[in-house]
Ligand binder design. Structure first.
Ligand SMILES: *Cc1c(COP(=O)(O)O)cnc(C)c1O
Length: 390
């Protein structure tokens, strides 16, 4: 198969059960499966979570919700992102729960007169989407006694839950509680209140409220900061490829584009057919969040320039770590395999990857009890555009 992504569904189940164990029995769990379940395969992951009895699933877009319903997923699905007027029909048709993030969308649903389930999304500091404190009075006026709009929940999203400094998280939490208090003082009671993402659910049990929204943690990625899950989560994702070519090159030979690497000794090299067109070794470089962040990024860049072993990327072959040398190409990466003299064509290499960056077009192999049970291959599909739509 040359290259594929291996997904351990048992790991996702175990991580879910750990979260289930950790939160109070009456606290619901929403599994976040947006962005193809963070690169783990939205349908398979959602099925596994549904089988484990998860209460809700969460996605960003209406289309992701439709995909889940078409695959036969029956648990409630909360769509976090905003929707367009033309989506109203689909929301009802596919029984999706939508986020009310402004007064306009509330009015839109009222105008259409369709029955929908909703959660109110409040702005408390993330500055993305959400109803503001000053709009709550009007909001309650629009929603109270409306027969069509069922307000099942209310939530907000944290901006800095990954930080050790808690002050902004605490500020957002208290803004959230203050807004709920105001709404309830108007006699409008909302059953499901939620604020925690993975980092917050691991660090602040007192904030669990009626539901937690778990993403990162379900996939076995450590969440930043001091918390109770360190070393307990199981990684669910691996990028794998096979060696397709072996070579021997002398000391002084250059490797790859721009001669970015020069061999320091006679070496054995190998090709693995994965490159930046598959999203491999593509790292987002966001604007630094502060001076410390800036220094860290600069330091890393300098070490990388010096080809320092601390910033080299290593791949795993038979439990050995071997370095990538030269620049990663579009579809090929060069390895220095001198330390594995008996290496063979076809051997399996495990590569590190940023899971939400790796191309969803790579086949996904789903594993249970250590055995592959299913492969997802994405094949090209074309739809004709009808004359009327043009
Ligand atoms: C992505 C997302 C989450 C999950 O975040 P993690 O840090 O991955 O747990 C929770 N809530 C909302 C609204 C999100 O968009």
């Amino acid at each position: 198969m040359y290259k594929w992504i291996e997904i351990n569904l048992d790991a996702i189940k175990e991580n879910y059960l750990k979260v289930r164990d950790f939160v109070r029995e009456e606290t619901k769990i929403l599994g976040v499966v947006k962005a193809d379940a963070y690169g783990h395969g939205i349908i398979e992951v959602s099925r596994e979570l549904e089988n484990q009895g998860i209460d809700y699933l969460g996605v960003t877009e209406i289309s992701e919700g439709i995909q889940l319903r078409e695959a036969g997923i029956n648990v409630p699905i909360l769509v976090f992102g905003p929707f367009l007027p033309e989506d109203i029909y689909y929301i009802k048709e596919f029984d999706l729960t939508v986020s009310l993030a402004d007064l306009k969308s509330i009015k839109l649903i009222k105008d259409k007169g369709v029955k929908v389930k909703t959660h109110i999304k409040l702005e408390t500091g993330l500055g993305r989407t959400g109803i503001k404190y000053t709009q709550l009075d009007e909001m309650v006026g629009l929603l109270k006694n409306d027969e069509n709009i069922e307000v099942e929940g209310i939530y907000t999203h944290l901006a800095t839950a990954m930080w050790d400094n808690l002050s902004f998280t605490m500020q957002q939490y208290s803004e959230f509680l203050k807004a709920i208090e105001f709404i309830e003082s108007k006699g409008f009671i909302i059953p499901v209140k939620h604020i925690c993402n993975s980092a917050a659910l691991a660090k602040f049990p007192e904030m669990h409220l009626d539901m937690v929204r778990a993403g990162t943690i379900l996939y076995g990625q450590e969440v930043a900061g001091k918390q109770d899950f360190h070393g307990q989560l199981i990684n669910a994702w691996a990028l794998k490829g096979q060696i397709t070519y072996l070579n021997e090159l002398p000391k002084g030979h250059s490797i790859g584009y721009e001669r970015a690497h020069i061999l320091k000794k006679n070496s054995k090299t190998a090709i693995v057919p994965v490159g930046f067109s598959h999203g491999f070794s593509v790292e987002p470089i966001p604007r630094p969040g502060g001076v410390m962040d800036l220094i860290k990024i600069l330091g890393k860049t300098i070490l990388r320039y010096l080809d320092h072993s601390r910033v080299k990327t290593y791949v795993k072959i038979r439990d050995k770590y071997v370095p990538i040398i030269g620049k990663v190409g579009m579809q090929m990466t060069i390895l220095d395999v001198s330390d594995i003299p008996d290496i063979k064509i076809g051997e399996i290499v495990e590569l590190p990857g940023r899971r939400t960056n790796i191309s969803p077009t790579l086949p996904k192999v789903f594993m249970k009890e250590g055995k592959p049970i299913r492969v997802r291959k994405i094949t090209e599909k074309y739809e004709e555009i009808s004359m009327a739509a043009k």
